[in-house]
Ligand binder design. Structure first.
Ligand SMILES: Cc1cc2nc3c(=O)[nH]c(=O)nc-3n(C[C@H](O)[C@H](O)[C@H](O)COP(=O)(O)O)c2cc1C
Length: 252
């Protein structure tokens, strides 16, 4: 088995990284666009019902109203909400032998994704950078420097990341998956991150918050901020979470 840095999966990750210099010269790829919908005009169509009344499907309103949210109330996220979002995204729900299974599925139960976040406005939590200790359902405080602006700048200056109450950052410990699956492990890493983010998004909706996934960031800047050795562990996904703006009722 080649070392990580010789794997094409790993090289792909590095080749697709953003930095401030190369992004300035980035040109649209010479790949033509295709339609958003796949159509089978000649296939028999079977209409699906839209009048389901699945009372047990309590998730329906969360899915129906979910939208990527980039504007937030000033209100803080509570520690209980944060804990719930962390549990929903990565919490341990069962153990079997030496496996600890989590809320989100993971290829080979290898769990290559680590959760970090910038606490910008969380009740009873000092602003700063934290790591989610999944095993002990605890937080590791990494820094008490308010990093909201730095994180947003590293996310291609997407300012809403600084206005969010919490800026989640997910890294991949690449070796966890690639030591078993080689190049294919890179696919699994990316898929795992998608599951985790989606769970977080739904948990955010369920707690009166909203989230926006973020994959546009300067890789090395974010890694440096978290003190990650990017060959071993690199940020691959992020999300901003904050209180949903409640529309005022019109009493006229
Ligand atoms: C992989 C991925 C990366 C994304 N990255 C960003 C991002 O960097 N900035 C941003 O504002 N939105 C980002 N989004 C959110 C999309 O723009 C959004 O999901 C899309 O416009 C559809 O809108 P909706 O989420 O409200 O349904 C990302 C979404 C995904 C799935």
């Amino acid at each position: 088995m080649p070392e990580l840095s010789d794997c094409s999966g790993y090289k792909y990750l590095r080749d697709s990284a953003y930095d401030r210099e190369t992004i300035r010269h980035a040109i649209r790829p010479a790949i033509s666009q295709v339609d958003t919908f796949k159509r089978y005009p000649d296939a028999e169509k079977i209409k699906l019902p839209t009048d389901w009344t699945l009372k047990e499907a309590r998730i329906t309103p969360l899915l129906q109203t979910r939208r990527s949210l980039r504007k937030y109330e000033k209100e803080s996220v509570t520690m209980r909400e944060l804990a719930f979002m962390l549990w929903a995204s990565q919490g341990i729900t069962a153990t079997s032998g030496h496996y600890s299974f989590r809320t989100a599925p993971s290829a080979g139960a290898l769990y290559p994704i680590e959760t970090y976040f910038s606490a910008n406005s969380v009740e009873d939590l000092q602003p700063g950078l934290y790591h989610f200790d999944v095993e002990n359902f605890s937080l590791d405080r990494l820094s008490t420097t308010d990093s909201a602006e730095v994180v947003a700048n590293a996310c291609l200056n997407q300012n809403f990341m600084a206005q969010a109450a919490v800026g989640f950052l997910w890294s991949a410990v690449i070796r966890r998956s690639m030591s078993k699956y080689g190049n294919r492990g890179m696919r699994y890493i990316l898929l795992d991150a998608g599951h985790i983010c989606q769970n977080l998004v739904i948990a955010a909706e369920a707690t009166g918050n909203g989230a926006c996934p973020i994959a546009a960031f300067y890789d090395d800047e974010i890694n440096e901020l978290l003190g990650l050795e990017s060959e071993e562990e690199t940020v691959i996904y992020a999300a901003a979470v904050g209180k949903r703006v409640v529309k005022q009722k019109d009493n006229t």
